[in-house]
Design a binder for this molecule. Sequence first.
Ligand code: PPE
Length: 307
Amino acid sequence: MQIEPTQSMWKNGALIRWEEATIHPLSHGLHYGTSVFEGIRCYETDRGPAVFRLREHMVRLRTSAKALHMDIPHSVDELSAATLEVISANGLRECYIRPISLFGASGIGVNPLGYPVDTFIIAFALGAYLGEEGVRNGIRVHTSSWRRVSSSSVPASAKICGNYVNSALAVMEAKQNGFDEAVILNEHGFVAEGSGENIFMVMDGRVLTPPVSADILPGITRMSLMQVAADMGYAVEERDVSRGEMFLAEELFFTGSAAEITPIREVDRRPVGKGVPGEVTKRLQAKFADVVRAKDEKYIGWLTFVE
Ligand code: PPE
């Protein structure tokens, strides 16, 4: 997706100009994928811009880093404050925020222990990840021929950049085959997630999603949606889902910071339900839109307002 540059970003504790941002070509994170990142959204509200679940994202950044033995020398509070600083410095009202920490340049070789760690926080405007049309009318997906990276090889539930080679292969294959996105099965053949989204299904009116033990990324939108759905009175369940069960689902949808809630209208060339976004999905989408835009007091604690 194309984005417009902004004026400044945050690097290792201070704002720098967008044009000043550089990475050494010998950075370990570039050669070996040893970097961790986040994706966060900030929404325009009546009380000004507000970042959705900022703290939770920064906690996950540090948890992903821990899985790589990477010590990010900034606390959750510091990273959160830096995010607000970048948003206000650039006068952004609604934006997407991309924090990233990487092992820098120190030498050559696979072992990064003791290497410097560089952290950037970048914010910019971003539209619907899977398209406006997709959010409204649903997208078409297929089951990938690639299996989800397994926790027996890498920490699959950490947001480690190298893990995204798997996602990139899956989404390229999906696009080349004429689909909007891929559903990736895990090593055991159960449904894991999309290339950059968690997946939910509605079965007999219940809201189901694969468990974290299915080698998914434990999505913050996923966690939030599970709580909102339960509060709305839906039975919510985490359990393994087979490929074939997707064909039985009344509704299917993706969740993610970038993707928000995107309905799936077709899977493996079979219509999901009636082939249009379902009622439960639409109700959840509407509620979620209220939650992130500070229109529901109950979840106001999930927002950090930019002064
Ligand atoms: N699974 C994967 C593999 C994933 O990358 C994401 C986020 C999710 C699930 C949903 O997690 P959460 O955002 O916490 O609800 N994908 C991010 C990056 C997408 C990208 O193309 O870059 C995102 O949505 O920001």
